[in-house]
Ligand binder design. Structure first.
Ligand SMILES: [Zn+2]
Ligand SMILES: [Zn+2]
Length: 310
């Protein structure tokens, strides 16, 4: 094929099998500390509430920085904001230890471009565990930054990308652990503010690629595995209305009804009311209705379709 006819996305090569040493070691350690170490400590010594609240504050900031920041702001540009908010999203996003905002957005745009194919980094067709964690623990994913040229124009994004380990260390370890050490015992501070926070923020994001592509309904697009599920929404800060999101990725909302659990949408809306977010992008009700009707028509018999048209 003539190379000049390639689109930037054709340049993506496939992942290759490789044990990622850091992830293979750290994921069991962090999960063990979270799901065994912390409960044992609480059983023996009880809860140090200062640390539980500290966990909640940093969990909220970090998980929101992933869903509102990495996902809806950087990867999909569903709204505009200011430099200060951009900094906070990059700072607390780094603390989740899910790579830089640039790399995350690059992989995520590729997920939307190639959903359910070999070029989808979290391809659910390779199984739930692969889509959840296997894709980064046991595979090296190829990276091509051609699809994030818009983000490369931001000095903040590029600084976080180039100095990611420093950003992550300060945001994910030094700051929460430092406050924790000042407010109680070191072991409680460590377990609550580092492994528990990073592990649970991680699983919350990983569920978007695994759970939200496995369980639920597909009211807007039957051609992709993405599903709408309120349980998934609770697990992922509102990202569980994933079929809608794949159908309309430029919409700042994932749950479009007022009763849909979507704290990320509410936070973006609140920021806009405070004047710190603007140009929130919404899909028109007509387009949403047309997508829903097209899917519903798939379930109708030819006779029902004909009578509905009369
Ligand atoms: Zn998806
Ligand atoms: Zn997305």
């Amino acid at each position: 094929m003539d190379p000049s006819s390639l689109t930037p996305f054709d340049n993506f090569s496939l992942q290759r099998r490789k044990n990622r040493t850091a992830a293979v070691i750290w994921m069991p350690v962090m999960n063990g500390a979270t799901f065994i170490g912390l409960p044992v400590l609480i059983w023996v010594r009880g809860v140090e509430w200062a640390h539980a609240w500290l966990f909640l504050a940093f969990f909220t900031a970090s998980s929101m920085a992933i869903t509102m920041g990495y996902h809806r702001f950087f990867a999909h540009a569903t709204f505009k904001s200011n430099r200060f908010i951009e900094f906070l999203l990059l700072f607390f996003g780094a603390g989740a230890y899910e790579e830089s905002g640039l790399k995350w957005a690059c992989m995520h745009r590729r997920h939307h471009q190639f959903t359910d194919t070999d070029k989808d980094p979290y391809n659910i067709k390779r199984g739930f565990f692969y889509a959840h964690m296997g894709w980064f623990m046991f595979y090296k994913q190829s990276i091509n930054y051609d699809n994030v040229k818009d983000l490369e124009k931001s000095p903040l994004v590029m600084h976080q990308h180039r100095h990611f380990q420093s950003w992550a260390l300060v945001s994910g370890v030094v700051l929460p652990l430092g406050i924790g050490l000042a407010t109680g015992s070191w072991l409680s501070a460590l377990l609550w503010t580092v492994p528990a926070k990073i592990t649970l923020v991680g699983h919350s994001a990983f569920f978007i690629n695994s759970f939200a592509h496995s369980f639920g309904s597909r009211p807007y697009d039957r051609t992709v595995s993405a599903r709408d599920n309120w349980v998934g929404a609770f697990l992922t800060n509102g990202e569980g209305y994933h079929n809608f999101h794949h159908a309309f990725p430029q919409d700042y909302r994932n749950g479009i009804r007022w009763y849909h659990w979507d704290p990320t949408k509410w936070a973006i809306w609140a920021l806009s009311k405070a004047g710190w977010a603007r140009d929130l992008r919404r899909t028109s009700p007509e387009r949403i209705r047309a997508a829903r009707l097209a899917v519903e028509a798939l379930d109708k018999t030819p006779a029902e379709t004909a009578s509905a048209a009369l």
